[in-house]
Design a protein around this ligand. Structure first.
Ligand code: THU
Length: 144
């Protein structure tokens, strides 16, 4: 891994850890923060926001994407997810993978970690979500 990529992963995970402090998680007490690097260089951060219905909980990475898109951002370069209560790197849930794939290229890096940010997984959107109907759509395989 190149030095600048390593720096990017470390920097984004640090931002995600900071964002996780704003987590609203009275049910699980599982704080999560996400940091989304936009193509214009801005970093948009967010935390998980739980709901007493449980099912309406919004994960940190989905919060970050919705926040960034609502700010007018459409192009993204990298995403980090920091789970401060976990002893191991926790990967994004299936719903988040689907939402990430709506806006992010398949080769975009995704970093995730538990409380030790140095013990991180570095992957890509395409690895997390290998079969993507939106991608098939863009390639003209089918249309809506
Ligand atoms: N959570 C996230 O925000 N992102 C993940 O990648 C894993 C799970 C949240 C959802 C819920 O608020 C809590 O963590 C426990 O699952």
């Amino acid at each position: 891994m190149e030095d600048k990529d390593k720096k990017q992963a470390e920097n984004l995970l640090a931002e995600a850890a900071e964002a996780g402090k704003m987590s609203y998680s009275p049910y699980s007490h599982f704080t999560v923060g996400a940091a989304l690097l936009c193509a214009d260089g801005e970093i948009v951060t967010a935390a998980n926001v739980e709901n007493r219905s449980y099912g309406l909980t919004i994960c940190a990475e989905r919060s970050a994407i919705v926040k960034a898109v609502s700010m007018g951002k459409r192009e993204f370069s990298a995403l980090a997810v920091y789970c401060g209560k976990a002893d191991y790197p926790v990967s994004p849930c299936g719903a988040c993978r689907q939402v990430i794939s709506e806006f992010c290229d398949r080769d975009m890096p995704v970093y995730f970690s538990g409380k030790d940010a140095a013990d991180r997984v570095e992957t890509t959107v395409g690895e997390l979500f290998p079969f993507d109907a939106l991608d098939e759509m863009k390639n003209g395989k089918y249309s809506l």
